[in-house]
Design a protein around this ligand. Structure first.
Ligand code: NAD
Length: 253
């Protein structure tokens, strides 16, 4: 394993990208911090302000649903103002070049789609916060609709069709992982020759199992994160640096 900072790591990464035929990126909140969306665990991150609301709590309590939606609306300006960062744009360049078949992401911010990935080529393990769904019948609702109902009734709305709660289309703690996405991510991890874990603390399971799965299936593993992770020791290359700085040189317009 090579641990690297700055230029040496970028050069080595460039060689590995050039040599690879199928590259699968796996992204976490760190790829989006330069767009203004905070991650969970860094100082100032979302968890230093709010503990997450578990799925059971959301289902059981109107107060918890109200609080979850108040928090989501409080973040709306931040999400709406965010544009793809250098990391997203570099991955989109490699996607357009035919090197990346799809991206696996823990992120919920829609920025891979905004950077040019087809929606079907973004495997969202934890869903998407830019719209909502009924947790009963799965009907999609836009956030504007939720916000209007909330303002009108001073409470988080239920689905008009089936009366079940409406929630951001994300996977909360305690909620089942999406089966189809887990299956596609497994296939991608097992059939690539280079796996890039980018901006994830690699502590949220089962998502954090994909880098190890790719490595065991024979891929080379690169971890790009400014802090160490528990999986650094098994990686072929570890770059502890800013993602925008590391991936910026791979942007092609
Ligand atoms: P995390 O907060 O646990 O870890 C992010 C990691 O990225 C940290 O180790 C941090 O040091 C690193 N990092 C932050 N900015 C960086 C930068 N510019 N350059 C290099 N490294 C940087 O996030 P996670 O592992 O994705 O897991 C937490 C969960 O939080 C995910 O499941 C995701 O669903 C959710 N989340 C998503 C978003 C988003 O969609 N943008 C934001 C916050 C949380």
């Amino acid at each position: 394993m090579i641990r690297s900072h700055a230029q040496g790591g970028v050069d080595r990464l460039g060689e590995m990208i050039a040599a690879a035929k199928i590259i699968v990126p796996f992204t976490g909140a760190g790829i989006s911090t330069e767009t203004g969306i905070p991650d969970f665990r860094s100082p100032g991150g979302l968890w230093t302000r709010n503990q997450p609301i578990h799925f059971d709590e959301f289902v059981a309590s109107q107060d918890a649903r109200d609080e979850a939606w108040r928090r989501r609306f409080a973040m709306q300006e931040t999400f709406a103002a965010a544009h793809p960062g250098r990391g997203h744009r570099a991955l989109a360049s490699l996607y357009r070049a035919g090197k990346i078949p799809a991206v696996i992401t823990q992120n919920i911010d829609n920025l891979h789609q905004d950077s040019g990935f087809a929606a079907d080529h973004v495997i969202e393990l934890h869903g998407n916060t830019t719209y909502a769904r009924c947790i009963g019948c799965g009907q999609r609702y836009e956030l504007d609709w939720v916000q209007q109902r909330f303002a009108q009734h001073k409470a988080a709305p239920d689905c008009p069709a089936c009366d079940e709660p409406v929630k951001t289309a994300t996977v909360s703690f305690g909620q089942a992982m999406p089966e189809a996405e887990m299956q596609r991510a497994t296939e991608l991890a097992q059939h690539c020759d280079l796996f890039l874990a980018i901006g994830s603390s690699l502590v949220v399971w089962p998502a954090a199992g994909f880098p190890l799965m790719a490595k065991r299936a024979g891929a080379r593993l690169v971890i790009i994160n400014r802090e160490p992770t528990d999986q650094d020791d098994v990686a072929d290359l570890v770059i502890h640096d800013d993602i925008g700085e590391v991936l910026g040189p791979f942007i092609r317009n």
